[in-house]
Design a protein around this ligand. Structure first.
Ligand code: GRF
Length: 195
């Protein structure tokens, strides 16, 4: 199965996905990294593994539809069937959603529907909750609102800072995401939430 990963930042989840492909835990071909922040660390990671990158500056396009048309044509030229968002800090628009209906998933660092949007870890700390979590879900046009595929709970420990809590959450993400991607691809449930 040909997949693309979309990321904007450090790319530790991207790295976990690449590692899982290399170890055979995840049976997929990562055809392309799509990145909306030229210069992001994730691009170096992709280069290191010889994974092609499409990076673009959103503000150089007239609209989201315009850059998503470019993205779709890149994805199609690589035969990408399934899209994995891993820290892509942007809402997916109509053009991409239509082209890849039911075939886009995201990972979010909270137990949704709690703490959607930016800084989910900081939100959880401020709310003083005893646990937060990680959620993998299908992507729709909302902010972290699509149908939930799987969730795990993560405790918030006394004395936790954003850093320590983030580390605990990311460790769980790095285990969970490759495993779920593999499950979805193997079960042939790609597009499953619509069909
Ligand atoms: C992850 O915590 C993910 O849940 C969120 O963005 C973060 C990306 O981190 N959507 P990284 O770039 O994979 O390290």
């Amino acid at each position: 199965r040909k997949i693309a990963v979309f990321a904007s930042g450090s790319g530790s989840n991207f790295q976990a996905i690449v590692d899982a492909v290399e170890s055979g835990e995840l049976q997929a071909d990562i055809e392309l990294l799509v990145c909306d922040k030229p210069g992001a660390k994730v691009i170096d990671r992709a280069r290191h593994f010889g994974i092609p990158t499409y990076s673009f500056l959103p503000k150089t396009f007239a609209s989201k539809a315009d850059f998503e048309k470019e993205i779709v044509s890149e994805l199609q030229s690589y035969g990408v069937e399934f899209i994995v968002l891993a820290g892509y800090m942007r809402l997916v628009g109509e053009v991409l959603l239509k082209a890849y209906e039911g075939c886009i998933i995201n990972i979010h660092p909270s137990y949704l529907p709690a703490f959607p949007g930016k800084d989910a870890v900081g939100q959880a700390l401020k709310a003083n909750v005893a646990e937060t979590g990680v959620t993998v879900h299908y992507v729709d046009s909302g902010m972290d609102t699509g149908p939930i595929i799987e969730q795990v709970r993560i405790p918030v420990l006394p004395g936790d800072t954003e850093d320590t809590l983030q580390q605990r959450i990311q460790k769980a993400e790095h285990q969970l995401y490759p495993a779920i991607i593999n499950k979805l691809l193997q079960k042939d449930t790609v597009g499953g939430f619509l069909h």
